[in-house]
Write a protein that binds this ligand. Structure first.
Ligand code: GRF
Length: 218
């Protein structure tokens, strides 16, 4: 039987995506194993979720490092030592140095709450509302040096109605995220995903447009 791949999940907060990844893993134990959860912030609920699931945790407090480079070096060392196959950024609120992203190129993915390339960075729900957009959503992409701009693997869309607020959009996007992220990790574990020549590949074919969660009946 195929060995599950080893993943590390990096968080800075509540970790609801981490929980979805943990829950999915319990049903699909052959696909991936969560070797490590790392947070750059103490006392976040995501760390409690990991401990409750008996997953090893590490706190690497970024405020104790003089430079971005030294923090990233400490993080890289932990991840190298853990020998993981995939690094999953799940609400990890740090800008990463080019050296770090280059080191893990093709082995690191991020989830972002917008339909990239729209709204890189913060406050995506508010910005979608302010712009009068009629749809919003999430993107999962390979991490490259430029923030939130790596090749996109999958997107999921939600309609924006006149009733929507930042809170309702956040909730709707989260619901889709919790389906989408485990699915993408599973694809990676099955060897279906790759980053080549700064393009995302799915089953040996360049993704000219991202996979859509809805198309998967999720
Ligand atoms: C998610 O909306 C994700 O897209 C963004 O940060 C949020 C993390 O939420 N990168 P949680 O900590 O997983 O609940």
């Amino acid at each position: 039987m195929k060995q599950p791949i080893k993943i590390a999940v990096l968080i800075s907060g509540s970790g609801s995506n981490l929980q979805a990844i943990i829950d999915h893993q319990k049903q699909h134990t052959e696909t991936y194993q969560i070797s490590l959860v790392i947070s750059n912030k103490a006392h976040v609920y995501g760390l409690t979720r990991a401990k409750d699931a008996s997953i090893p945790t590490e706190l690497i407090d970024h405020t104790l490092f003089a430079t971005r480079e030294s923090f990233d070096q400490a993080l890289q060392k932990k991840l190298d030592n853990a020998q993981v196959d995939l690094i999953v950024l799940a609400g990890f609120m740090r800008i990463l140095t080019p050296q770090f992203t280059q080191h893990f190129l093709g082995k690191m993915i991020n989830i972002h709450p917008s339909l990239l390339p729209k709204y890189t960075g913060l406050n995506t729900h508010q910005r979608a509302l302010n712009a009068g957009d009629t749809e919003h959503g999430l993107s999962i992409h390979f991490v490259t040096p430029e923030l939130d701009s790596g090749p996109i693997i999958l997107q999921a869309k939600i309609p924006i109605t006149s009733q929507d607020t930042v809170e309702t959009l956040k909730e709707k996007v989260h619901q889709k995220e919790h389906l989408a992220y485990p699915q993408v990790i599973e694809w990676f574990s099955e060897g279906k995903l790759a980053l080549k020549d700064n393009q995302a590949w799915f089953e040996q074919t360049v993704l000219t447009k991202p996979q859509q969660l809805n198309a998967l009946n999720a």
